[in-house]
Design a protein around this ligand. Structure first.
Ligand SMILES: NC(=O)c1ccc[n+]([C@@H]2O[C@H](COP(=O)([O-])OP(=O)(O)OC[C@H]3O[C@@H](n4cnc5c(N)ncnc54)[C@H](OP(=O)(O)O)[C@@H]3O)[C@@H](O)[C@H]2O)c1
Length: 433
């Protein structure tokens, strides 16, 4: 076949990739004999036939809750199944708290055995034809926040993973690979919390303008958005509720990776930021990130008083990234009066909200509609394109990392470090390179 001459070295090494390419070429030949209209219709309907994997890879499996991950060497390399997908050779894995919490507390495991892992950086080794003319090419270095954990092909704890092109951001240089592997899920959580749930418009950022995600969602048929996050995406669409430049926002748990990004992005969007964290440990970093007010987290009642005092009791926006207890404390710092033009106070909890009995009906409570990143291509694409720009321009300071060697074998030990808090304030990235 003529296709053989177009194959790259990587394709020759990985027959699975080659087989996939063959299918694509055959489909291209099929559609070329059709009218332009038929071709356009076919383009959106193409579904690549799954090929039986002819190569296996190393992967970490979770066999049962409360068990460490087990390394296997005969796990099938995942196949590209849809037109928007790419295949990535994993070079680095960023660890998230959910990687140990999921198995420990038995959540986020659709079946057993399962492959976990939410953040990776790697090189694109194959790409579907509809993704090719767009931003990405074979050989590109990308980072992928793998939020679609129900699709085992997309998990990070394996040597090859599938992603969609609209969930992959190009990494500007190999020097950024490890830091880039650490940032994905935290970036997604932060941008959706600010941009969708609270409604921050990122378009006005001079250094590197971002999207207006409420506007992006407004162009989409709301019934295309998964039902369980639809209300969060569309319920509080009122313009008056959206944060404006110079409004205060408080972030409890600001030293988390998600918190650090939230402080930076909120600051870039013109908000005034209050960071609650261990200031002795993380104050310098949070100050560099642009936090306007630093408050130590160890005396919680004093922290509440300081937030009330600094904002004159007028705080309208708050994000908690620690848990129910601190979300409840944060709630007590909000101005619960409803303004003349109808503005409420908004509280978002990434890891929990106040118990129902402790809530105030005048406050609007939010969660993060994380799945909109992978289920809505327009939103995913807007976010990864912005992330590319933020990294390339140096506008976003990436998390400090601890690089763990030892490949997949080292993941259990590295997760132990994360669980014990040994990497306080740093992201652990496991090298597979
Ligand atoms: N809902 C979602 O979709 C979603 C998405 C992303 C993340 N999350 C959740 O958000 C949380 C943060 O995730 P991450 O990946 O950003 O975390 P991370 O980077 O691993 O956070 C570690 C940091 O948490 C800080 N911390 C621990 N206990 C604290 C407390 N009581 N008060 C304030 N700070 C505390 C530690 O600071 P010290 O050095 O002071 O101990 C440490 O710097 C996790 O619970 C994660 O599961 C949820």
């Amino acid at each position: 076949m003529t296709t053989i001459t177009t194959l790259t070295t990587l394709d020759r090494i990985h027959p699975t990739v080659y087989e996939y390419e063959k299918v694509i070429i055959e489909q291209r030949e099929d559609v070329s004999s059709r009218t332009p209209t038929q071709q356009a219709q076919t383009h959106t309907q193409v579904r690549v036939q799954p090929q039986p994997p002819s190569l296996t890879q190393r992967a970490l499996l979770v066999h049962a809750p409360q068990q460490p991950y087990t390394l296997v060497t005969n796990h099938a390399i995942p196949s590209i199944l849809h037109q928007d997908e790419i295949l990535i050779k994993t070079l680095a894995i960023g660890l998230n708290p959910v990687d140990w919490k999921g198995p420990a507390y038995n959540f986020g495991l659709p079946s057993l055995p399962w492959v976990n892992g939410r953040d990776l950086a790697g090189i694109i080794v194959n790409i579907s034809p509809s993704a090719a003319p767009q931003r990405l090419r074979k050989g590109d270095l990308v980072l992928v926040p793998s939020t679609d954990y129900r699709d085992i092909r997309k998990a990070a704890f394996q040597e090859y993973a599938v992603a969609t092109h609209y969930n992959a951001a190009r990494i500007p240089s190999p020097a950024h690979t490890y830091a880039a592997a650490s940032v994905g899920v935290a970036f997604v959580a932060s941008v959706l919390a600010l941009g969708v749930s609270l409604g921050v418009d990122f378009r006005g950022i001079n250094q590197c303008p971002g999207p207006d995600l409420r506007g992006v969602l407004g162009q989409i048929d709301k019934y295309m958005i998964p039902r369980d996050v639809r209300d969060e995406c569309f319920a509080s669409g009122d313009v008056v509720e959206r944060p404006q430049a110079a409004d205060w926002i408080a972030v409890w748990g600001a030293s988390t990776t998600t918190g650090l990004l939230t402080i930076q992005l909120a600051r870039l969007a013109g908000l005034k930021t209050i960071a609650v964290a261990d200031i002795a440990r993380h104050g310098a970093k949070l100050h560099a990130a642009g936090a306007d007010i630093l408050i130590d987290r160890h005396d919680t009642q004093r922290a509440v008083e300081i937030i009330r005092g600094v904002t004159g009791g007028k705080l309208r926006y708050a994000i908690d990234i620690v848990g129910q207890e601190t979300a409840t404390l944060l709630q007590s710092t909000l101005d619960t009066t409803i303004s003349e033009n109808g503005l409420h106070a908004h509280l978002l909890g990434l890891t929990g909200l106040p118990a129902a009995k402790d809530r105030d009906e005048r406050i609007v409570y939010h969660t993060v509609p994380i799945k909109v990143f992978h289920s809505c291509p327009e939103v995913g694409e807007a976010m990864v394109v912005w992330l590319e720009g933020l990294i390339e321009s140096g506008t976003l300071e990436l998390p400090e990392i601890v690089r763990a060697e030892g490949g997949l074998e080292g993941v259990n030990e590295a997760l132990g470090m994360l669980k014990r808090g040994d990497a306080s304030g740093k992201r652990i990235v496991v090298s597979l390179d």
